[in-house]
Design a protein around this ligand. Structure first.
Ligand code: DGI
Ligand code: FE
Ligand code: FE
Length: 195
């Protein structure tokens, strides 16, 4: 699939501000792909398609999840977590995107997961740091992303978990798994206490 085709698939489904976010994520993800030696074409496609299902009706996303191989426990968590997994199914079923690297990057872009591939991590971080984002602490993640992709992802996960816990809402297990996995990876396998 070419960039133009991916854009024409998602554009009718996105509000202008979400479409602009999508293009900024693509640009940011391409920069990271350059730094970390990842396939720029694939990263760009994953980025363009990542929020495709963001505004699908909730019952449609729910149906896609229930009728797919995706874990049904997603339904017990916040509906904000549904659009990535739902998009990963629909782009295959309706648009023939079968590449597992692209589909997994889209699927896990909100929650992360343990053992994220480089492509998954690039999209996860790009979605968090694109220039339109103004989360507290994003500047530190932006600068870290230039030199240490895994640490940047870890920081984004830490911030998100802290944010969610502060709101007294649930955190999907994959988000904890991603955080734990990267904690060990960036510490070289040592589970150091008190840091
Ligand atoms: O779709 P975007 O707005 O571009 O970004 P996203 O897909 O990363 O959605 C992020 C939102 O999801 C963010 O406001 C926090 C919320 N969220 C709710 N529950 C969870 C969660 N994020 C994670 N990582 N884990 C959760 O359990
Ligand atoms: Fe998203
Ligand atoms: Fe996004």
């Amino acid at each position: 699939m070419k960039t133009d085709e991916a854009i024409s698939i998602v554009k009718p489904h996105l509000k202008q501000e979400r479409f602009d976010h999508t293009l900024r994520v693509a640009e940011t993800a391409e920069e990271l792909a350059g730094i970390y030696d990842e396939d720029v074409e694939k990263v760009r496609l994953a980025a363009i398609l990542h929020d495709y299902a963001k505004y699908f009706p909730l019952d449609k996303m729910k149906q896609i999840i229930e009728e797919s191989e995706l874990p049904n426990d997603l339904i017990d968590y916040h509906h904000e977590l549904w659009h990535g997994p739902a998009a990963s199914v629909i782009i295959k079923q309706e648009h023939g995107v079968t590449d597992p690297d692209i589909r997994n990057a889209i699927r896990y872009h909100t929650t992360g997961r343990a053992g994220m591939s480089k492509m998954e991590t690039i999209l996860f971080v790009a979605d968090y740091i694109e220039p339109g984002r103004s989360f507290p602490g994003v500047e530190e993640v932006r600068s870290t992303a230039k030199t240490d992709l895994n640490r940047a992802a870890w920081m984004a996960l830490r911030n998100t978990i802290q944010f969610l816990v502060g709101k007294h809402v649930t955190v999907y297990p994959d988000t904890f798994h991603a955080y734990n996995d990267l904690t060990l990876r960036i510490n070289g396998g040592n589970n150091i206490h008190g840091q």
